[in-house]
Write a protein that binds this ligand. Structure first.
Ligand code: PEP
Length: 248
């Protein structure tokens, strides 16, 4: 069965209730005919308002992180139950900014991923190498560790979305070439086949992320192993609709 493309936006710490509602209202008619799955992962405080704004459209609202515990003394964190109350279907986990600025580890990514799966929230697990790691020829080693440790104990890998985001391409305007992205994502799929099984690995949605935009999306999406995009900057603009309609 062919994999259904999945385009997700990551608003990061941007937008307000007003500007978010306005953008979603503009996007709604433009993504109506999209053949792919579409999500916007918005700041937690905007989730209720954006769920309301996106109601009845193709756009599903996601979170940018989720905690593993059901409740408790974890100041600043949000549980699966709290997200589910608003019908949140996706959560980004292990974004490189979380790893870089907030000390997220593969072990934490693993706990968050398992909790999301147990609560029927699709985790979008981010992996990717830094520029230094790529230049040192360590890309495969880094990805292997992130995948092995981050996905430890996952029973059904087809329920996980992987976002391959080379850190050097995020927010920099430097995109991986179509070939670089394809080659690395094919490596990830091969690794998933080893960690899980070939049949399941063939079904996993693997996104590319890193300065994907309205201009370069077609070339990236034409690659055989690239099933979608995790979009930062371009998801804050109407351009997001062009990416969602990459096949038009
Ligand atoms: C991201 O935040 O996941 C991302 C890929 O950002 P940008 O598209 O801005 O590089």
């Amino acid at each position: 069965m062919a994999r259904k493309p999945f385009i997700a936006g990551n608003w990061k710490m941007n937008m307000t209730a007003d500007s978010g509602k306005e953008l979603i209202a503009q996007l709604k008619p433009l993504v109506k005919e999209a053949k792919c799955n579409v999500a916007l992962c918005v700041p937690a405080i905007l989730i209720p308002a954006m769920v309301k704004a996106a109601k009845g459209s193709k756009i599903k609202i996601g979170a940018q992180n989720v905690h593993w515990a059901a409740s408790g003394a974890y100041t600043g964190e949000i549980s699966c139950e709290q997200l589910k109350e608003y019908g949140v279907k996706y959560a980004i986990i292990g974004h490189s900014e979380r790893r870089q600025y907030f000390g997220e580890t593969d072990e934490g990514v693993n706990k968050r991923t398992l909790a999301a799966l147990a609560n029927d929230i699709t985790p979008i697990v981010c992996v990717g190498e830094t520029l230094e790691e790529r230049e040192n020829g360590e890309t495969e080693k880094v990805l292997t560790k992130q995948l092995t440790d981050g996905l430890n104990g996952v029973e059904d890998i087809t329920k996980v979305v992987i976002a391959y985001e080379p850190v050097w391409a995020i927010g920099t305007g430097k995109t991986a070439t179509d070939e670089q992205a394809q080659e690395t994502i094919a490596f990830i799929r091969k690794k998933l086949a080893k960690l899980f099984d070939t049949k399941s690995a063939k079904k996993v949605i693997i996104q590319y992320g890193g300065s994907m935009n309205a201009k370069n999306c077609k070339g990236l999406m034409a690659q055989p192993d690239i099933d979608g995009g995790l979009i930062g900057g371009a998801s804050l603009k109407i351009d997001f609709a062009t990416i969602v309609n990459f096949d038009k």
